[in-house]
Design a protein around this ligand. Structure first.
Ligand SMILES: NC(=O)c1ccc[n+]([C@@H]2O[C@H](COP(=O)([O-])OP(=O)(O)OC[C@H]3O[C@@H](n4cnc5c(N)ncnc54)[C@H](OP(=O)(O)O)[C@@H]3O)[C@@H](O)[C@H]2O)c1
Length: 255
């Protein structure tokens, strides 16, 4: 039976993605930072769900979670869904947002890469707020350079964080919106990771659209079922599926 791990799967898009994957015949590891919440969600999802405590913003929690998985567990899909959107804009908000939405997804991916089956799908749950038109032209150019690697990307993100800490007006071309910065960085990481994957493994970024969850709010235009469907599409791509793209509803988006 194929197996998937979904982060932030105790509610919202993560929970619905887990539900739809189970409907497609998957077993799902329901990862949640609050262990009791994860257990509750796994019970709700039924016998093919198991809970895993995983705080993506805490490197030690990621290590513990990776170690606690059954030694023979192989993942056919990894959905980096956990995300946060905090009010306001200051150094604390910027750092917490980057740690969860960008660095959290990077660390979870690195910790679980060795668990991925050949042809496995990694999904980065991103956002239209991560589109590059939110960045200034020079930064956009640098983020799209083929030579951009992890350390260069991290240096650009660190530069954003230090400018925010210093109270600088000039944010180095980054938008004054930590959520947007975190998703721009997550998309750039998707482009960097894709060509490095081997044995048919793929990584794609997905925007679920504006979805009625705690984050999206009740005025959002989409149901959670519709938003999760685009994530499930990317998590279940076959061997001929795309690698290193950005999608909404299975349709390619411009970076
Ligand atoms: N809703 C939208 O309109 C929309 C649009 C574009 C993209 N997205 C993206 O979709 C993803 C899911 O969002 P959602 O709408 O389902 O939001 P949500 O209902 O607020 O759910 C967010 C989930 O992420 C978890 N989470 C937050 N920080 C975490 C951490 N440090 N470690 C582990 N889990 C953590 C939350 O856990 P707790 O319950 O413990 O807080 C919760 O399970 C996010 O990446 C978001 O950026 C959403």
């Amino acid at each position: 039976m194929p197996t998937a791990l979904v982060t932030g799967a105790n509610r919202g898009l993560g929970l619905e993605t887990a539900r739809q994957l189970i409907g497609r015949g998957f077993e799902v590891v329901v990862a949640a930072r609050n262990g009791a919440e994860g257990e509750r969600a796994a019970r709700e999802l039924g016998a093919r769900a198991t809970a895993l405590t995983l705080d993506v913003a805490d490197p030690q929690s990621i290590e513990r979670a990776a170690r606690s998985l059954a030694p023979d567990l192989v993942l056919d899909a990894l959905v980096n869904n956990a995300g946060t959107s905090l009010d306001g804009f200051d150094a604390k908000v910027a750092s917490a947002t980057i740690e969860t939405n960008y660095r959290g997804a990077v660390r979870v991916t690195d910790a679980l890469l060795g668990r991925l089956a050949p042809n496995a799908n990694i999904v980065m749950v991103s956002s239209g707020m991560g589109e590059l038109h939110h960045a200034a032209p020079e930064l956009r150019r640098r983020l799209l350079e083929r030579s951009l690697d992890r350390s260069a990307l991290d240096a650009l993100v660190d530069d954003f964080l230090s400018r925010v800490r210093d109270g600088a007006r000039d944010l180095g071309g980054w938008p004054k919106n930590a959520y947007s910065v975190s998703k721009i960085a997550l998309n750039a990481f998707t482009r960097i990771l894709a060509p490095a994957l081997r044995d048919g493994r793929r990584v794609n970024a997905v925007c679920p659209g504006w979805v009625r969850t705690r984050m999206g709010g009740s005025a959002a235009s989409r149901s959670v079922e519709r938003g999760a469907a685009g994530i499930v599409w990317a998590a279940t791509l076959g061997a001929d599926g795309p690698n290193g793209g950005f999608f909404r509803d299975g349709h390619a988006l411009d970076w």
